[in-house]
Design a protein around this ligand. Sequence first.
Ligand SMILES: *[C@@H]1O[C@H](CO)[C@@H](O)[C@H](O)[C@H]1NC(C)=O
Ligand SMILES: *[C@@H]1O[C@H](CO)[C@@H](O)[C@H](O)[C@H]1NC(C)=O
Ligand SMILES: *[C@@H]1O[C@H](CO)[C@@H](O)[C@H](O)[C@H]1NC(C)=O
Ligand SMILES: *[C@@H]1O[C@H](CO)[C@@H](O)[C@H](O)[C@H]1NC(C)=O
Length: 857
Amino acid sequence: MISAWLWLLCFSVIQTFTAEAQPTESLHTEVPENYGGNFPFYILKLPLPLGKDEGQIVLSGDSGTAAENTFAVDPDSGFLVATRALDREEKAEYQLQVTLESEDGQVLWGPQLVTVHVKDENDQVPQFSQAIYRAQLSQGTRPGVPFLFLEASDGDAPGTTNSDLRFHILSQFPVQPLPDMFQLDPQLGALALSPDGSTTLDHALEEHYQLLVQVKDMGDQPSGHQAMATLEISIVENSWTPLEPVHLAENLRVAYPHSIAQVHWGGGDVHYQLESQPPGPFEVDAEGRIHVTMELDREAQAEYQLQVRAQNSRGEDYAEPLELQVVVMDENDNAPVCSPHDPTISIPELSPPGTEVARLSAEDLDAPGSPNSHIVYQLLSPEPEQGAENKAFEIDSTSGSVTLGTAPLHAGQNILLQVLAVDLAGSEGGLSSTCEVAVMITDINNHAPEFINSQIGPISLPEDVKPGSLVATLMATDADLEPAFRLMDFAIEEGDPTGIFDLSRESDSNHVQLRLRKNLSYEEAPDHKVVVVVRNVEELVGPGPGPAATATVTILVERVIPPLKLDQESYETSIPVSTPAGSLLLTIQPSDPMNRTLRFSLVNDSEGWLCIKEVSGEVYTAQSLQGAQPGDTYTVLVEAQDTDEPEMSTSTTIVVHFLKASPVPALILASGPSRHLCTPRQDYGVVVNGVSEDPGLANRNGPYSFALGPNPTVQRDWRLQPLNDSHAYLTLALHWVEPGEYTVPVVVHHDAQMWQLQVQVIVCRCNVEGQCMRKVGRMKGMPTKLSAVGVLLGTLAAIGFILILVFTHLALARKDLDQPADSVPLKTAVEGGQPTEEESEFSTKGSWKGEEEEQSI
Ligand SMILES: *[C@@H]1O[C@H](CO)[C@@H](O)[C@H](O)[C@H]1NC(C)=O
Ligand SMILES: *[C@@H]1O[C@H](CO)[C@@H](O)[C@H](O)[C@H]1NC(C)=O
Ligand SMILES: *[C@@H]1O[C@H](CO)[C@@H](O)[C@H](O)[C@H]1NC(C)=O
Ligand SMILES: *[C@@H]1O[C@H](CO)[C@@H](O)[C@H](O)[C@H]1NC(C)=O
């Protein structure tokens, strides 16, 4: 109790305090509509301050008069009151303002805002927007798709059950073919065909339906106000029929939008929608006319699928959408376009006609398979030359295949093929493009290298040309272009079996040098025919190399005879002045490697002391060196001449130094026992022994050499032939030598020593056995001078007779024998240069001979 009392106290204190302050908060209150009790209706006690009597309470409202009449403040209680019943539908809310003012109009308290809400009462009846609704219903409308929306209104507060409306179909007439052909959405008032109604609706059967519909408030509660309306529904035929495809030319020049088709939904309240797949410039207007809004391009899109929908106001399809196919008709608005090609096509030269060079293909974006894209090809360039039968290129107008024609092409040619591609199959009005293909004719190795000069020479080369010398330079060419096909190799093919020549060449050059590799020899080959062949390094294509692939170099070897050379520059010898005739002094011979026969001769042997063997070059003393003084020098010029090449000659000198006559054994006169030889000459001689009895001379080494003494008569009459190392054989040189006793001087050389033998030979007349005849008997005493003369004369006569006989005999018997040596000495024997000597000899020996004739030895 105490606490309650305290709370009240506190509350009043606070109330007082706050009242004394300001009534800031707006007050809200509610008044029921259509209040049926007594008035004034106390609504709310205003929080007026204490001492309110001092002032005057003023009430004002948003709509002044209404407030004044409808509301008041009871000054005693301070309550806000309503003076009459309120109608929410008239005014649902009042805004009031209360102030306490002094007499002079000064505001003592307030203003206090008060909002008065009128609490709704279901005092309003729902109303249809129309008493009769009319609608057209097309057959084919899908069930559940509303075709009519009923509208009804209720004046009660919105959002309350008082205005929560429900629609119902009360009746359907006719009840054909089913009683519930329609369905009505209770809350929305949307009228649609029921599923059964949809299937059974038949325009031919029933053209009109009448529905009685009701609208009721208070939601689903059974109570509430209600209203009714009539629906007149006419059934119409389904005009939502499929559409034929539309063919539309591209680039069509007409006014846009251009109508292309029309759809029609027979029912009312229809909205058309159009979709294009793919999206395209199409639209549909409210009347169902389908338009294209701009030009079409077949190449961009050849076909569109349009869908047209008939919808109710809520965007629901009444029926399945209609399909419309729009086909864009082609126009020849695209020229053929050449497809890109390799930058350059390479074709080997000499490729056979018909070889495909390129296959041109142009693309035309116009409709495939139509003439607009039917391309044919024409070769524009290169044009066949005027009047030329052969074409370099041919083209297949359909396939665009370019092939080689029969006109030849050459390596290195660059050709730009220009091909016209025309659509409309080439007929007039077709669009065209020029396609270009660059063609290069590549080289093949079809040319063999050839020599510029295939016959070279004759070239004369001296025999002594040094190996390595250049003989000839051979140049070759190759008509191919490709450097690799111009590479060539050279080789000696024939004419040089012994490898005298070889080829030298700077790498990759087109010339080669024929050089000498070995010495030439005139004796071995006086000429050469060297065949050089040139070949490609790369394999040759086509026919083989021609005759110019070989070159023949003819070389003539010039003989070179080396100058004559003797084994010494000059010859010198020293000999004693007592050197006998026939002594070998020295031998002149050609220098070593020379294999030539020479002929030697003395040029200015003015003293006649020397003689030279023409062939062997041996120099002898020709006679005893009479007049030569020791210490003197004798120089003789010798000429040597080549036997085979007489123009080749040389000369040298022989210098002979004379020495004092060697004292011992200058000439040892060794006389051997005499021997016999018979005349005319027989086939035997006497053996001369060179071995001396002198012990000082005997024990020497080496062979003995023999020569006849220098006396010309001796040299003429006798012949000395070496027998072995120590003996010689002395025979008669003449056929006939006068019989007698001879002393033949023989010079013996042995080991730098020289001596003379006096060989005693008795020449006698031969008997029939070819042996000496010797007279047997004693020697008579000294003959008288007369008798001696007589004997001499007699003997001479006898000899003369015999000589004549012999001569005649010989002349007759040996007429056929060529023996002039025999006849000459005979003559000399008779008419010889030394008759006195002979005579004296003869005289001294005559007597002995006389005896001899009678003795046979
Ligand atoms: C070639 O001849 C020269 C002199 O002419 C000589 O010296 C050389 O040895 C010779 N060579 C051959 C291989 O015979
Ligand atoms: C020298 O030449 C002759 C013929 O002229 C020949 O028979 C001989 O064999 C040659 N001798 C040499 C060593 O060449
Ligand atoms: C021979 O000729 C040579 C060279 O001309 C000369 O030196 C020499 O004295 C001559 N001899 C005589 C005997 O005239
Ligand atoms: C040389 O010939 C002679 C005579 O026939 C003979 O007596 C001598 O023994 C020969 N000398 C030699 C070395 O054969």
